[in-house]
Design a binder for this molecule. Structure first.
Ligand SMILES: [Mg+2]
Length: 232
């Protein structure tokens, strides 16, 4: 560890929250509903196709079930797509949000070591707090900076600097942890913090080769959230 770590700034989505888990559960419910509505496939085959399509079109792609039907049958049956979307939304809106393994324990142990903890996220304020509360970790942080607080999105360094100012910690004494090279690692490097890439949260499509770009290279990479304990 190149400096003494006094504070850690975490990204929220795909760093603390396991968004993929929610996505998997929602897609499983959707596939089951589409099969009940007449889709001729087994669950496993349809699910693996959906995730291939997500890799191709991105995880925010809104017409995934239409694409699935086109791929499987050559046309779109809207009765089946409607059933899939309804089941998907029902699961998503049930507020089912799961932190990655050992998030709660690790945060508690970091706090016990006297390290200040922050969240910096582009999510709207109410969304961020709903997600933190749904995971039961809303009281673990000294500072939470959302889009409304900074009025600017990452990769701006402003939200990170705001969090540090509130915690009265200098950038060199801080660590920035996130799953995105462009939104977390680059601004973290820019302000002079130690940066940690959360490999477990990286989407295949976003994976970026660091190459020779020093600005994009994280100080450390972790495969599990709890590996942070080894770095402080
Ligand atoms: Mg993220």
């Amino acid at each position: 560890m190149p400096n003494r770590c006094k504070a850690i700034i975490f990204d929220l989505d795909n760093t603390l929250i396991d968004f993929m888990k929610m996505k998997q559960l929602a897609c499983r419910a959707a596939v089951d509903a589409m099969i009940r509505a007449g889709l001729k496939s087994d669950r496993k085959k349809a699910l693996s196709l959906i995730f291939n399509l997500y890799d191709r079109y991105g995880y925010e792609y809104k017409e995934i079930f239409q694409a699935l039907l086109r791929e499987m049958t050559g046309s779109v049956d809207y009765g089946i797509v409607g059933a899939g979307i309804a089941a998907y939304r029902k699961t998503r809106e049930s507020g089912l949000l799961v932190p990655y393994p050992k998030v709660r324990e690790t945060l508690a142990r970091l706090r016990k070591r006297g390290i200040r903890l922050a969240v910096v996220t582009d999510a709207p304020k109410i969304e961020a707090w709903i997600r933190l509360a749904a995971m039961g970790i809303q009281n673990e942080f000294d500072v939470v900076i959302t889009y409304e607080d900074s009025k600017v999105k990452k990769p701006s360094t402003k939200p990170f600097l705001m969090a540090l100012k509130k915690m009265k910690v200098r950038p060199e004494e801080a660590m920035v942890v996130g799953d995105s090279v462009t939104k977390d690692i680059e601004p973290g490097n820019k302000i002079g913090a130690v940066t940690v890439l959360a490999k477990y949260g990286e989407k295949k499509k976003n994976r970026k080769k660091f190459g020779n770009e020093k600005s994009a290279r994280p100080s450390f990479q972790i495969k599990r959230f709890s590996d942070i304990l080894k770095l402080v």
